[in-house]
Design a binder for this molecule. Structure first.
Ligand code: S3P
Length: 183
């Protein structure tokens, strides 16, 4: 079979800020040896500045354009299997959601609200939460995004009580099963 026509076999991690996408992504990368694409990091490298500065100087719209462009590039035919960890707002547009589904196996990492609040309170590198009432903002964003994560994912993983190694092992098993079913 022509490799480039085969369905892509990337593992794509989606989910809200603070749900462990980057950590689990690194763990999967170590276990599998597939290259890791951390979309936020790539965008920061390309822009030559942190995400907070992109938002402050260029606006959220510019960040979202960079995010979509990167998703399009990742969708270019490529026989490489990759681990792709995304930013929490990547599911915001229907176009992005279609691109995510085409990339491979989409895993939604979810966490209880208390965990998200705790983790996001510990760093200030998230411009969307740099508001007077970050807790209200998190609740509002979650309400909008939950159905979108649900819609786009093949698998939902509740991360509570599991460490990143355990999460990666479980994801790996189900990804293997998923890809084995694909022709
Ligand atoms: C965002 C989440 C961030 C980053 C940007 C916007 C969001 O990524 O992409 O600050 O809209 O939820 P993490 O989910 O890795 O924090």
């Amino acid at each position: 079979m022509n490799e480039s026509k085969a369905p892509p076999k990337n593992i794509v991690l989606i989910g809200f800020m603070g749900c462990g996408k980057s950590t689990v992504g690194r763990e999967l990368h170590q276990k599998l040896g597939y290259p890791l694409v951390d979309m936020d990091q790539v965008i920061e490298q390309r822009a030559g500045k942190p995400i907070t500065a992109i938002f402050a100087q260029n606006g959220e719209g510019a960040f979202r354009e960079m995010e979509t462009k990167l998703l399009e590039e990742l969708n270019a035919p490529n026989p490489l299997r990759r681990i792709i960890s995304t930013g929490g707002g990547v599911v915001g547009s229907a176009g992005n959601r279609a691109l995510l589904r085409r990339l491979g196996y989409v895993v939604w990492l979810d966490a209880p609200m208390a965990v998200i609040l705790d983790r996001t309170a510990r760093n200030r590198e998230r411009p969307l939460l740099d508001t007077e009432d970050p807790v209200a903002r998190i609740h509002a964003l979650m309400e909008v995004r939950r159905p979108l994560y649900q819609e786009v994912s093949h698998l939902k993983v509740d991360t509570a009580g599991l460490d990143s190694g355990e999460l990666a092992t479980g994801i790996l098993e189900s990804a293997r099963y998923f890809f084995a079913q694909q022709v």
